[in-house]
Design a protein around this ligand. Structure first.
Ligand code: UDP
Length: 350
């Protein structure tokens, strides 16, 4: 009988699940590869984890490391300690990580130390901003990983620039968008939107969708206050829906037409994106999803590791202009420009 190769796939946090789902589907009943799904438990509750497993049809993880929340260092250390035991026990042929979360860097380091082959999906993305914890994870993961699966040509170029062997780099496309394509019909069902926010379907009007979670935006109080002021100015003109992390929610309040809701499931969020006039975000994945959907996106950051969304997509970076001055009535700022652009789109004048 042919030997089956044991492949450990690592998932840890919300943005990983959209990438793991198509991989697990492709490996279902595979003749030569035996997948072992390890959930590190970086995200662990119903809202940020379990709901995604059921909506995206991901099989229950074979192993859950249950590391939970902690500082980046403690969390990374906990994952490493627990993942080493898993590797020693399972003796995999290869460990594959996805994205740029702590789990990716921690598990690649463990596997490398144990002389197990390693692969990284979404390799080669670089924001060149080392103040982002995710950028550190990308650099650490790619510097010791052996096989690189990429989403865009610029990622291949970054890896080649860093001296990686060309034969170990594979441009495979975007798994997150594969998930989006598979589930977008379900997201077209209006009842989904009515459930989350009845107002949207009752009024059927334009709205802005907001997500913010980068530490540089939400952990720095001064920055958060200025972003919220800018958002509230826009919300005077267009209603705004902000699915917000509970910890950030404690520090901001609803005002005017700015509506704060709990984070929503994948299909519900996709429905919110598809129907939004403009999306304002600091998320990596949402820059790609809005690009695919053709929805204008304003990214509240100075840089992006996904420049293709700016070159070829609907994304625009808008950090400093976003936070100063009267963006909406000023007419020249990034937000105002994008706001106007979105209106044109709404009335078919794109
Ligand atoms: N997302 C979701 N519910 C929400 C907000 C986001 O399902 O309330 C999805 C979104 O569609 C995308 C992913 O989460 O697929 C992006 O994850 P996140 O912004 O947490 O991480 P990043 O992409 O910045 O690493």
């Amino acid at each position: 009988m042919k030997r089956r190769y044991k492949l450990i796939l690592v998932a840890g946090a919300r943005p990983n699940f959209m990438k793991i789902a198509p991989l697990m589907r492709a490996l279902e009943n595979h003749p030569t590869i035996e997948p072992v799904l390890v959930h590190t438990g970086q995200h662990y509750d119903e809202e940020m984890s379990e709901l995604f497993f059921s909506q995206l049809d991901i099989p229950k993880p074979d192993i859950n490391l249950e590391v939970g929340s902690a500082s980046h260092v403690v969390q990374t250390a906990r994952i490493m300690e627990r993942f080493e035991k898993v590797c020693l026990d399972i003796q995999p042929d290869m460990v594959m990580v996805v994205g740029d979360v702590n789990s990716a860097a921690a598990c690649t380091l463990v596997a490398s130390k144990l002389d197990i082959k390693t692969a990284h999906y979404e390799a080669g993305l670089r924001s060149n901003d080392r103040s982002m914890p995710e950028e550190i994870n990308r650099i650490v993961t790619d510097s010791i990983c052996e096989y690189f699966f990429t989403t865009s040509k610029d990622a291949n170029e970054n890896l080649m620039w860093e001296g990686k062997a060309v034969g170990h780099i594979f441009l495979v496309g975007n798994l997150m968008i594969d998930t989006l394509i598979r589930l977008q019909e379900l997201a077209g069902d209006e009842r989904r939107l009515t459930q989350i926010f009845p107002w949207i379907t009752e009024r059927q009007g334009p709205y802005v969708l907001v997500t913010l979670h980068r530490p540089s935006n939400v952990d720095d109080s001064e920055m958060l206050v200025s972003i919220m002021e800018a958002l509230q100015r826009i919300a005077q003109k267009l209603p705004m829906i902000f699915p917000v992390h509970p910890q950030t929610r404690l520090r901001i309040s609803e005002k005017g037409k700015l509506y704060l809701i709990d984070p929503v499931g994948y299909i519900e969020f996709l429905a919110l994106q598809k129907n939004a006039t403009v999306v304002i975000t600091d998320s990596g994945g949402i820059q790609e999803e809005t690009t695919f959907l053709g929805i204008p996106c304003l990214t509240v950051r100075d840089n992006t590791e996904r420049p293709i969304t700016v070159w070829e997509g609907t994304n625009k970076l808008g950090p400093s202009e976003f936070c100063v001055g009267d963006s909406v009535s000023g007419g020249q700022s990034t937000v105002a420009a994008y706001w106007a652009h979105s209106y044109c789109r709404l009335y078919g004048k794109r």
